[in-house]
Design a binder for this molecule. Structure first.
Ligand code: MLT
Length: 378
């Protein structure tokens, strides 16, 4: 899997990683961690843990690779055969400790597009974790059989711990964070950026993005916010109930990077200025600790959304002509049901989920340094 140059780089990275214990590694700043996580030669992420690993160049590259892969795939014979040949004979493990529909399926389909062999673990009670194996040992074990690990976990540092273990091992395979607790969901943020890229013909700079809903616990909001530093003149407007306001670390990130942001209490009022409205659901699974565990098999009753934070059908009339309505999904009542099935082209969340598959194709291909083969395909 590794070419010679990459092996030399990884020797260097391993040397540094080996002398660091987990406690030392885990408290390093994102910038320093990125040295361990990115491919030194290409400066593209190798392990994908958080959005701060991406710069403008790598984001533009991923969008271009996603576009080209999508185009190649339309050639149902030669194009699809070519894409499948790129990672034929490599194997991916999708290790999902938390529920997932889109992220899981889009990763799986992306791996299939690229010709990878695929296995998954979605129920930890069926793995040796149930016998008391540590996460570190499980990750090291996965690397004995696979060339790529995709991991979703409720523990915010689990994927990072995995990357640290893998960097120290003889089988340094990439790990991608597919959602880490309340902290980050970098591949959703890449999907969102690709959706903006497609919606605005590649011109994301200077746009006004309104983010709505659970801005405190929504990991997609956090990851997308971090990516905004790569675009010039962005204006962000946050609309949420007081107890779900965007957190202080994101605010200070915006201040440090001079990203303009403000808060508003009324969604209706800010719709006319938005280029993109990014709705999110209330992440009430995190409330369960306070409310007692749900009874197994019993469907949790969700509190209805406060109407102030709901996108109503008539709001479509207030949107700019070229604005887009996005949602990482799943959605509940924060968007009027009819909106999802309207023929209004500005409602893009179904396209956004399909974009997620192409972005994951691009990301995996780039991790395995296949991006030029895709871009140069005739
Ligand atoms: C996530 O996994 O964070 C989702 O895609 C968004 C959500 O669950 O609301």
């Amino acid at each position: 899997m590794e070419n010679k140059k990459w092996s030399e780089d990884s020797q260097e990275i391993r040397k540094r990683a080996l002398i660091m214990n987990w406690q030392e590694f885990s408290v390093m700043g994102e910038k320093d961690k990125t040295v361990f996580l990115n491919n030194i030669e290409t400066d593209n992420p190798f392990h994908v843990l958080f959005s701060q690993q991406f710069d403008r160049r790598s984001l533009d590259l991923l969008c271009q690779v996603a576009e080209k892969a999508r185009m190649i795939h339309k050639d149902r014979v030669e194009g699809r055969k070519f894409l499948k040949s790129l990672l034929f004979g490599t194997y991916a493990l999708n290790f999902f400790h938390q529920p997932s529909t889109r992220t899981f399926l889009s990763f799986q389909t992306a791996q299939e597009v690229l010709g990878m062999g695929i296995r998954d673990i979605r129920d930890p009670s069926t793995s040796s974790e149930a016998k008391g194996e540590t996460l570190e040992d499980s990750i090291r074990t996965f690397s004995s059989y696979f060339d790529l690990i995709i991991m979703r976990h409720e523990n915010e540092q689990a994927a990072e711990l995995g990357a640290w273990v893998l960097n120290k091992s003889d089988r340094r395979i990439p790990i991608i964070n597919a959602g880490s607790g309340k902290d980050q969901h970098p591949t959703q943020a890449l999907t969102d950026v690709y959706t903006l890229y497609k919606s605005f013909d590649g011109k994301i700079d200077g746009r006004t993005i309104v983010m709505v809903g659970d801005l405190a616990r929504g990991r997609t909001v956090r990851s997308l916010s971090y990516l905004m530093k790569n675009y010039r003149g962005m204006k962000l407007i946050f609309v949420s109930p007081l107890h779900l306001r965007v957190s202080d670390d994101i605010r200070s990130f915006f201040d440090r990077h001079q990203i303009s942001y403000r808060e508003a209490d009324n969604l209706r009022e800010v719709i006319p200025v938005a280029d993109a409205i990014y709705m999110t659901r209330v992440q009430d699974e995190w409330d369960q600790k306070d409310q007692g565990e749900p009874i197994p098999g019993q469907v949790k009753i969700h509190q209805p959304i406060n109407p102030k934070y709901k996108f109503k059908k008539e709001y479509l009339d207030l949107m700019k002509e070229n604005a887009v309505l996005m949602h990482p999904l799943p959605k509940r009542d924060e968007i009027d049901e009819e909106v999802g099935y309207s023929s209004d082209k500005r409602v893009v969340f179904w396209r956004q989920e399909r974009n997620g598959m192409w972005m994951r194709v691009a990301l995996i291909a780039t991790i395995f340094q296949k991006e030029n083969e895709i871009l140069n395909w005739q």
